[in-house]
Write a new protein. Structure first.
Length: 273
């Protein structure tokens, strides 16, 4: 149900909603009208672009949205956030408040998705005790495969052998870097852009997490372990028709970075025609 509604007392008949609709499903007559419900991709651009908050869609009250004017971040501070974010590999041994994790996920689900599919699933470990049990099971699985000579060869095998070795010899958690929480994105394989949607959702989570003082680390090692131990991965409850995006470990950092790193110049290829 699209429920496209226009408050005629507020509408100034500017036509912006019809003009900005990416699917061209709004007809501009005296007032805007939904002309093709089936074609609507539910992006809410009509609600967002209306200068007088006259448009409601999907039952959303435009007055419940955040006004953009005066509420956007300062570009210099956003730049510092982007340049100052680090892969955090030292964490406090405590859980984040569950409400904070929920809030971060609610914000991350605003990330764009191809054709506005919005079907990225956030599989999350909210308690470090759960992550400890998962680590135990994954490392046991990896160690068994190692003993049976069944670990992948090449670089992946090297990393996974290292994960097992440092855990057994030093009690060092190379799998999750000592983080208390884990986030994995997945999306239906037949979505228009599941690979991209999964990664963009995690990137969005990463930045809001860092803005709220929560550290994150993209976890390629975890991805390798999950691929090597599908019998463990199956227990996550991720729907069978989903493809895994990526894993990100996160939690309250036990490290403080004092300045940005200095990268660049960006590798740029300017097109000449
Ligand atoms: C796709 C991807 C996978 C990564 N996998 C791991 C990982 O398994 N373990 C780890 O400690 N860091 C991992 N990292 C973190 C990178 O090593 C880190 O981003 C890079 O060294 C730059 O450091 P910075 O993020 O602090 O700028 C990964 C990063 C990306 C983007």
């Amino acid at each position: 149900m699209i429920r496209f509604r226009v408050d005629e007392e507020r509408c100034i008949q500017c036509g912006e909603c019809a003009l900005d609709c990416p699917a061209s499903v709004i007809a501009m007559e005296e007032f805007p009208r939904m002309a093709n419900e089936a074609g609507c991709i539910q992006c809410q651009h009509c609600l967002a672009v209306c200068p007088t908050a006259a448009v409601s869609i999907l039952g959303k009250d435009p007055d419940a949205s955040t006004e953009l004017k005066g509420n956007l971040p300062d570009p210099a501070q956003l730049t510092t956030l982007i340049k100052g974010r680090r892969a955090v590999r030292r964490y406090q041994d405590q859980d984040l408040p569950p409400a904070l994790i929920d809030e971060l996920l609610e914000i991350a689900c605003h990330a764009p998705t191809g054709v506005n599919a919005r079907s990225v699933l956030f599989t999350v470990v909210k308690e470090r005790a759960v992550l400890h049990r998962l680590r135990e099971e994954l490392i046991t699985c990896l160690a068994q495969k190692q003993a049976a000579g069944e670990l992948p060869k090449g670089r992946t095998g090297k990393y996974l052998n290292w994960v097992v070795g440092v855990w057994q010899q030093e009690g060092k958690d190379a799998l999750f870097r000592g983080a208390p929480h884990l986030l994995i994105t997945s999306a239906p394989a037949d979505d228009p852009c599941p690979v991209q949607d999964n990664i963009i959702a995690l990137a969005t989570f990463q930045f809001i997490a860092h803005a709220r003082g929560v550290g994150t680390v993209w976890d390629g090692i975890c991805m390798m372990a999950l691929a090597a131990c599908p019998e463990v991965t199956a227990k996550f409850g991720i729907p069978a028709n989903h493809i895994l995006g990526y894993a990100m470990a996160f939690g309250a950092p036990a490290v403080e970075y004092h300045r940005t790193v200095q990268r660049g110049p960006a590798l740029v290829n300017v097109v000449q025609w």
